[in-house]
Design a protein around this ligand. Structure first.
Ligand SMILES: [Zn+2]
Length: 259
Protein backbone atom coordinates (compact mmCIF):
# COMPACT_ATOMS: atom_id res chain seq x y z
CA UNK A 1 0.00 0.00 0.00
CA UNK A 2 1.27 3.41 -1.04
CA UNK A 3 0.59 6.45 1.13
CA UNK A 4 0.58 10.09 0.08
CA UNK A 5 1.35 11.88 3.32
CA UNK A 6 0.65 15.38 1.98
CA UNK A 7 -1.74 16.61 -0.71
CA UNK A 8 -4.16 19.47 -1.28
CA UNK A 9 -7.21 17.86 -2.84
CA UNK A 10 -9.13 21.14 -3.07
CA UNK A 11 -6.35 22.74 -5.11
CA UNK A 12 -6.09 19.67 -7.41
CA UNK A 13 -9.80 19.89 -8.12
CA UNK A 14 -9.58 23.27 -9.78
CA UNK A 15 -10.80 22.42 -13.27
CA UNK A 16 -14.13 21.06 -14.42
CA UNK A 17 -12.91 17.60 -15.39
CA UNK A 18 -11.15 16.82 -12.15
CA UNK A 19 -13.08 16.67 -8.90
CA UNK A 20 -11.79 15.77 -5.46
CA UNK A 21 -13.87 12.58 -5.71
CA UNK A 22 -12.36 11.58 -9.07
CA UNK A 23 -8.90 12.07 -7.55
CA UNK A 24 -9.78 9.60 -4.78
CA UNK A 25 -10.75 7.10 -7.51
CA UNK A 26 -7.37 7.59 -9.19
CA UNK A 27 -5.71 6.76 -5.86
CA UNK A 28 -7.42 3.37 -5.79
CA UNK A 29 -6.41 2.64 -9.40
CA UNK A 30 -2.76 3.22 -8.45
CA UNK A 31 -2.98 1.27 -5.18
CA UNK A 32 -2.50 4.42 -3.14
CA UNK A 33 -4.51 3.36 -0.11
CA UNK A 34 -4.24 6.44 2.12
CA UNK A 35 -3.64 10.16 1.80
CA UNK A 36 -3.58 13.21 4.02
CA UNK A 37 -5.52 16.24 2.85
CA UNK A 38 -3.71 19.32 4.12
CA UNK A 39 -5.64 22.51 4.90
CA UNK A 40 -3.67 25.74 4.38
CA UNK A 41 -5.96 28.46 5.70
CA UNK A 42 -8.96 29.10 7.90
CA UNK A 43 -11.28 29.43 4.87
CA UNK A 44 -10.36 25.91 3.68
CA UNK A 45 -11.01 24.24 7.01
CA UNK A 46 -14.68 23.43 6.55
CA UNK A 47 -14.15 22.03 3.04
CA UNK A 48 -11.41 19.79 4.41
CA UNK A 49 -13.61 18.52 7.23
CA UNK A 50 -16.49 17.74 4.85
CA UNK A 51 -14.22 16.04 2.31
CA UNK A 52 -12.30 13.89 4.79
CA UNK A 53 -15.56 12.89 6.52
CA UNK A 54 -16.67 11.19 3.29
CA UNK A 55 -13.69 8.81 3.04
CA UNK A 56 -12.25 6.42 5.59
CA UNK A 57 -8.82 6.47 3.92
CA UNK A 58 -8.44 10.27 3.81
CA UNK A 59 -6.88 11.85 6.87
CA UNK A 60 -6.89 15.53 7.63
CA UNK A 61 -4.18 17.98 8.65
CA UNK A 62 -5.49 21.35 9.80
CA UNK A 63 -3.21 24.33 9.57
CA UNK A 64 -2.50 27.86 8.48
CA UNK A 65 0.29 27.92 5.89
CA UNK A 66 3.01 30.56 6.46
CA UNK A 67 1.84 32.25 3.25
CA UNK A 68 -1.74 32.52 4.56
CA UNK A 69 -3.10 35.25 6.82
CA UNK A 70 -2.79 34.45 10.51
CA UNK A 71 -3.63 37.67 12.35
CA UNK A 72 -4.65 37.34 16.00
CA UNK A 73 -8.37 36.90 15.29
CA UNK A 74 -7.90 34.37 12.50
CA UNK A 75 -5.43 32.37 14.53
CA UNK A 76 -7.78 32.25 17.52
CA UNK A 77 -10.73 31.21 15.34
CA UNK A 78 -8.58 28.55 13.74
CA UNK A 79 -7.51 27.12 17.10
CA UNK A 80 -11.05 27.07 18.50
CA UNK A 81 -12.48 25.39 15.39
CA UNK A 82 -9.63 22.90 15.15
CA UNK A 83 -10.03 21.87 18.78
CA UNK A 84 -13.73 21.33 18.13
CA UNK A 85 -12.92 18.89 15.30
CA UNK A 86 -10.11 17.16 17.18
CA UNK A 87 -12.72 16.26 19.79
CA UNK A 88 -15.41 15.39 17.25
CA UNK A 89 -13.43 13.37 14.69
CA UNK A 90 -10.26 12.13 16.41
CA UNK A 91 -9.79 9.24 13.97
CA UNK A 92 -9.74 11.57 10.96
CA UNK A 93 -7.46 14.31 12.25
CA UNK A 94 -3.89 13.32 11.43
CA UNK A 95 -2.02 16.41 12.55
CA UNK A 96 -1.61 20.18 12.75
CA UNK A 97 -0.25 22.03 9.72
CA UNK A 98 1.02 22.78 7.37
CA UNK A 99 2.65 25.51 9.35
CA UNK A 100 6.15 26.90 9.33
CA UNK A 101 8.15 29.65 7.68
CA UNK A 102 8.37 30.76 4.07
CA UNK A 103 10.95 33.52 3.58
CA UNK A 104 11.09 32.82 -0.16
CA UNK A 105 7.59 34.01 -1.01
CA UNK A 106 7.33 36.21 2.11
CA UNK A 107 3.59 36.70 1.59
CA UNK A 108 3.12 37.46 5.29
CA UNK A 109 5.43 39.36 7.64
CA UNK A 110 8.08 37.31 9.42
CA UNK A 111 6.66 38.14 12.85
CA UNK A 112 3.20 36.85 11.86
CA UNK A 113 4.64 33.66 10.38
CA UNK A 114 6.64 32.98 13.52
CA UNK A 115 3.78 33.70 15.92
CA UNK A 116 1.48 31.42 13.92
CA UNK A 117 4.15 28.70 13.80
CA UNK A 118 4.61 28.79 17.59
CA UNK A 119 0.85 28.68 18.19
CA UNK A 120 0.36 25.69 15.89
CA UNK A 121 3.26 23.72 17.38
CA UNK A 122 1.78 24.37 20.82
CA UNK A 123 -1.63 23.19 19.60
CA UNK A 124 -0.10 20.01 18.19
CA UNK A 125 1.76 19.30 21.43
CA UNK A 126 -1.29 19.97 23.56
CA UNK A 127 -3.24 17.30 21.66
CA UNK A 128 -0.30 14.95 21.13
CA UNK A 129 -0.65 15.30 17.34
CA UNK A 130 2.10 15.45 14.72
CA UNK A 131 3.03 18.89 13.40
CA UNK A 132 3.44 19.21 9.63
CA UNK A 133 6.18 21.71 8.85
CA UNK A 134 6.75 23.81 5.74
CA UNK A 135 10.14 25.52 5.49
CA UNK A 136 11.41 27.50 2.53
CA UNK A 137 14.54 29.65 2.62
CA UNK A 138 14.14 29.61 6.40
CA UNK A 139 15.97 26.49 7.54
CA UNK A 140 17.80 28.07 10.49
CA UNK A 141 14.80 29.83 11.98
CA UNK A 142 12.60 26.77 11.43
CA UNK A 143 15.07 24.62 13.30
CA UNK A 144 15.55 27.17 16.11
CA UNK A 145 11.80 27.36 16.75
CA UNK A 146 11.19 23.62 16.54
CA UNK A 147 14.11 22.92 18.88
CA UNK A 148 12.33 24.82 21.66
CA UNK A 149 9.61 22.16 21.61
CA UNK A 150 11.78 19.06 21.26
CA UNK A 151 11.11 16.17 21.42
CA UNK A 152 8.52 16.53 18.68
CA UNK A 153 6.22 14.32 16.66
CA UNK A 154 5.86 15.47 13.11
CA UNK A 155 7.03 15.80 9.55
CA UNK A 156 9.29 18.16 7.67
CA UNK A 157 7.22 18.20 4.51
CA UNK A 158 8.59 18.74 0.99
CA UNK A 159 12.08 18.61 2.43
CA UNK A 160 14.43 21.05 0.72
CA UNK A 161 17.58 20.89 2.84
CA UNK A 162 20.76 18.84 2.79
CA UNK A 163 21.76 15.82 4.83
CA UNK A 164 23.01 18.01 7.71
CA UNK A 165 19.60 19.66 8.00
CA UNK A 166 17.94 16.25 7.82
CA UNK A 167 20.15 15.02 10.70
CA UNK A 168 19.17 18.03 12.83
CA UNK A 169 15.44 17.55 12.26
CA UNK A 170 15.63 13.79 12.86
CA UNK A 171 17.40 14.49 16.16
CA UNK A 172 14.34 16.49 17.23
CA UNK A 173 12.22 13.40 16.60
CA UNK A 174 10.82 14.43 13.22
CA UNK A 175 10.24 12.45 10.03
CA UNK A 176 11.45 13.76 6.69
CA UNK A 177 9.09 13.72 3.72
CA UNK A 178 10.08 14.15 0.07
CA UNK A 179 7.77 15.46 -2.63
CA UNK A 180 7.96 14.88 -6.39
CA UNK A 181 10.86 17.30 -6.83
CA UNK A 182 13.21 14.66 -5.40
CA UNK A 183 12.77 12.83 -8.74
CA UNK A 184 14.15 15.80 -10.72
CA UNK A 185 17.49 15.19 -12.34
CA UNK A 186 19.20 18.36 -11.08
CA UNK A 187 18.05 17.93 -7.45
CA UNK A 188 21.39 16.47 -6.37
CA UNK A 189 21.24 17.90 -2.83
CA UNK A 190 17.91 16.17 -2.32
CA UNK A 191 19.29 12.92 -3.76
CA UNK A 192 22.17 13.01 -1.25
CA UNK A 193 19.76 13.72 1.59
CA UNK A 194 17.44 10.91 0.49
CA UNK A 195 20.35 8.45 0.41
CA UNK A 196 21.35 9.59 3.90
CA UNK A 197 17.95 9.43 5.63
CA UNK A 198 17.23 5.94 6.99
CA UNK A 199 14.05 4.25 5.80
CA UNK A 200 12.59 4.36 9.29
CA UNK A 201 12.56 8.19 9.26
CA UNK A 202 11.22 8.67 5.74
CA UNK A 203 7.83 9.59 4.28
CA UNK A 204 6.77 10.40 0.73
CA UNK A 205 4.15 12.77 -0.60
CA UNK A 206 2.93 14.46 -3.76
CA UNK A 207 2.20 17.93 -2.35
CA UNK A 208 -0.30 17.85 -5.23
CA UNK A 209 -1.15 19.91 -7.20
CA UNK A 210 2.48 21.05 -7.05
CA UNK A 211 5.77 19.31 -7.97
CA UNK A 212 4.55 16.50 -10.23
CA UNK A 213 7.09 13.65 -10.17
CA UNK A 214 8.98 12.38 -13.22
CA UNK A 215 7.83 10.92 -15.65
CA UNK A 216 4.69 13.09 -15.41
CA UNK A 217 6.50 16.36 -14.75
CA UNK A 218 4.68 19.22 -16.46
CA UNK A 219 1.28 17.54 -16.15
CA UNK A 220 -1.23 17.98 -13.31
CA UNK A 221 -0.26 16.24 -10.10
CA UNK A 222 -2.53 14.08 -7.92
CA UNK A 223 -1.99 11.62 -5.03
CA UNK A 224 -2.07 8.59 -7.37
CA UNK A 225 1.28 9.73 -8.76
CA UNK A 226 3.10 9.23 -5.45
CA UNK A 227 3.98 5.73 -6.71
CA UNK A 228 6.64 7.27 -9.01
CA UNK A 229 8.36 8.91 -6.06
CA UNK A 230 8.37 5.56 -4.23
CA UNK A 231 9.96 3.90 -7.28
CA UNK A 232 12.56 6.64 -7.56
CA UNK A 233 13.50 6.47 -3.86
CA UNK A 234 13.72 2.66 -3.88
CA UNK A 235 16.13 2.71 -6.80
CA UNK A 236 18.13 5.67 -5.41
CA UNK A 237 18.55 3.92 -2.04
CA UNK A 238 19.07 0.55 -3.73
CA UNK A 239 16.35 -1.15 -1.69
CA UNK A 240 13.44 -3.29 -2.80
CA UNK A 241 10.28 -1.32 -3.53
CA UNK A 242 8.35 -3.58 -1.15
CA UNK A 243 10.80 -2.72 1.60
CA UNK A 244 10.29 0.97 0.94
CA UNK A 245 6.50 0.57 0.97
CA UNK A 246 6.53 -1.39 4.25
CA UNK A 247 8.82 1.04 6.06
CA UNK A 248 6.84 4.08 5.02
CA UNK A 249 3.56 2.44 6.00
CA UNK A 250 5.07 1.71 9.41
CA UNK A 251 6.31 5.29 9.82
CA UNK A 252 2.89 6.65 8.88
CA UNK A 253 1.13 4.40 11.33
CA UNK A 254 3.60 5.35 14.07
CA UNK A 255 2.47 8.94 13.64
CA UNK A 256 -1.20 7.95 13.51
CA UNK A 257 -0.94 5.82 16.63
CA UNK A 258 0.45 8.63 18.71
CA UNK A 259 -3.06 10.02 19.13
ZN1 LIG B 1 1.62 21.59 1.00
Amino acid sequence: MYIDSHAHFDLCADDLHTTADSIVLHMAENQVTHAVHVVIDFDGLQWGVDFASKYKNIYLALGIHPSSVADGTTLQQFITTTEHYIARMPDTIFGIGETGLDYYRMRQPKAMQQESFHAQIQLAKKHDLPVIVHSRDAMQDTYAILKQYSPLKGIIHCFSGDSGDARNFMDLGLYISFAGNVTYKNATNLHDAARFIPLDRLLLETDAPFLTPVPHRGKPNHPGLVIYTYQFIASLKKVALANCIDNIAQNFSNLLNTH
